[in-house]
Design a protein. Sequence first.
Length: 176
Amino acid sequence: MTRIGLLADSHGREETTRRAVELLVAEGADVLLHLGDIASTGVLESLVAARDARGAPAPPVHVVFGNVDDVDRLGREALRLGLPVDHPAGRLRLAGKTVAFLHGHLARDFEAALADGVEYLCHGHTHERRDERQGPSRRTRVINPGALHRAREHTVAILDVAADRVRFLGVPREEL
């Protein structure tokens, strides 16, 4: 497992989230991280309902909550759906590298991950794509996949930790 599908800032947009998950699965994501501002139970359901082209279920999903999320209510729903909740921040170890993930609205969690020198720090909150190095010796690659709401272009990202590569992907908008 080396490819992480990153998505953030769904703000209750269930159909957009479903399309985003399907895109990430089609691009070979081994695990999905939703980086907060989920806002609805339907978005959580979209995270687990997607299938790939062969009908296989979506990969494992981890979630953190953002500043618009009802942590108690959505936390109960996530657990009911079998989604691990890593709120306010989580960490995964993949291919020998540490990936920290959070929403991004709590500065102390962001700064703690940078101070720890994790290889990757993934966040949402700003609704803007980001890929830059920060922290001591600029060791930490800070990535924001963009947003699925209130953004000119809806985007997600695939992070391949083994190759140290990030690709941003546009998510088609809903047809009116």
